[in-house]
Write a protein that binds this ligand. Structure first.
Ligand code: FAD
Length: 402
């Protein structure tokens, strides 16, 4: 038993709790896949080949469905994901639904994303115990070019100006639907060169829609060196409304560094992982200290950060299901954290992406890279799964001896 477990009573390493919703066959498949993902070079080559094959129309769907899709996707549609959501809920964990499509500049794709987001809200309203949040991407509702130009303070031409107006029309519709259904929306954070305009937009809508409850959440990426100062300013400005904040470390380290180097501007990301960790935990404390007016979603697989929040809640005598506090981990990752927190009474929503495999490929590639040899994540997942498989084997042997 770890000291933290002993002092808080919260166990975030209990694989029996973490994997109770998965049968042994599923766990064995997950184990094999995580082992394969450890070969970083293989992952990089497969991602490149996979993207090319899909572009050329080579049928990769069956292979993806049996591998990365099975590990990280809820299904290809909301209906297909329903059994998984019910299984998670049966073990005390709800869902943050995510339609796994990427940014698009095409109006037809943007309209399709809007329609799907509305369907997600209706689905969440119909299944309030299963779904706690709906995640959305503003780059799915308006083109990345629009967000880039707005972020750079550039004047928009007539086409982008029209798209900007259309975006506000779409986003307002979405928020009205979310308000009516009482389903909170979480806006994902994207690359830094798009983010300023996304931040400004979300802040202005929080000001309108978060007056009596937290309906809209922004996402803050703490790997960015400027984010702690930004968070403090955001809190200082939000006097007449509540803030919704999803705290993440950030998903685009390599892409951010590469662009900064190519274009000759300072790297916006903390130089080391330790720097990102310190910034994340400082932001976490800042939010926890203002929990009366911040709806906080602690979106991380980092055990130490989760434990800091747990200790703070215990120290301040908060009920674990404090209405402003929730945790979230991606589906397919860090199950012992999610289910351990849920078992201790905290609100946990698994981030479950769904969507056509082809469109979800970029999401699946990112998960594959995150779990490749470049990170500690696959090591952690493998250790947990191995431990659980071993535990089940011993249990089986013990029963047979009786
Ligand atoms: C529910 C949920 C929602 C998410 N939504 C978003 C989103 O909207 N936008 C987004 O960008 N990401 C999002 N992410 C992904 C997130 O940003 C991280 O990439 C991922 O969660 C891994 O970080 P961690 O805190 O879980 O764990 P850890 O494994 O402790 O940290 C890994 C992270 O540390 C940082 N890092 C690693 N190496 C270095 C280095 N050398 N220098 C500096 N920093 C480094 C990176 O941010 C890396 O992702 C989301 C994650 C979750 C769980």
């Amino acid at each position: 038993m770890s000291i933290l477990h002993a002092t808080t009573g919260v166990d975030l390493d209990d694989t029996a709790v973490g994997y109770a919703y998965r049968d042994t066959a599923e766990l064995r498949t997950a184990y094999l896949l995580f082992r394969l993902l450890r070969y970083g070079a293989l992952v990089k080559v497969s991602n490149t080949l996979g993207a090319t094959a899909l572009r050329w129309g080579i049928p990769l769907k069956p292979l993806l469905q049996k591998t990365l899709g099975r590990l990280f996707l809820g299904g290809e549609s909301l209906e297909e994901s329903l059994p998984l959501l019910k299984r998670l809920h049966a073990h005390g964990v709800s869902t943050m639904l995510d339609y796994a499509v990427e940014a698009s500049s095409e109006t037809s794709h943007q309209e399709a994303a809007l329609a799907e987001y509305k369907r997600m809200i209706a689905f969440a309203q119909k299944n309030p115990d299963l779904v706690s949040f709906v995640a959305i991407k503003l780059t799915a509702l308006a083109s990345p070019l629009l967000w880039e130009k707005l972020s750079a303070g550039e004047k928009l031409g007539p086409t982008l100006e029209k798209e900007h107006q259309l975006f506000h029309h779409r986003f307002s519709q979405l928020l009205e639907a979310a308000a009516q259904a009482q389903i909170p929306l979480m806006v994902d954070a994207e690359e830094s060169w798009l983010q300023k305009a996304i931040d400004d937009t979300v802040e202005s809508y929080m000001c309108r829609f978060n007056t009596d409850r937290v309906l809209l959440y922004t996402t803050i990426q703490m790997y960015r060196r400027d984010r702690l100062a930004y968070l403090k300013q955001l809190i200082a400005r939000a006097q007449s409304y509540k803030l919704g904040i999803k705290l993440v470390r950030g998903a685009y380290v390599e892409k951010e560094r590469k662009r900064a180097q190519e274009r000759g501007y300072p790297d916006p990301i903390h130089p080391t992982k330790a720097g990102t960790d310190i910034a994340y935990d400082a932001a976490l404390m800042e939010c926890l200290e203002h929990i009366d007016r911040i709806g906080l979603c602690i979106a991380t697989h980092n055990r130490a950060s989760c434990m800091k929040a747990v200790q703070h809640a215990i120290l301040h005598n908060w009920p674990p299901d404090h209405p402003h506090l929730s945790f979230s981990q991606l589906y397919g990752m860090a199950d012992p954290l999610s289910f351990g927190l849920a078992k201790a009474g905290f609100r946990v929503a698994k981030y479950v992406p769904y969507g056509p495999i082809r469109q979800a490929f970029p999401y699946l590639s990112r998960r594959a890279e995150e779990n490749s040899s470049l990170s500690d994540q696959s090591g952690r997942e493998l250790r947990w799964i191995q431990e659980e498989l071993q535990r089940r084997k011993e249990l089986y042997r013990g029963k047979n001896r009786l």
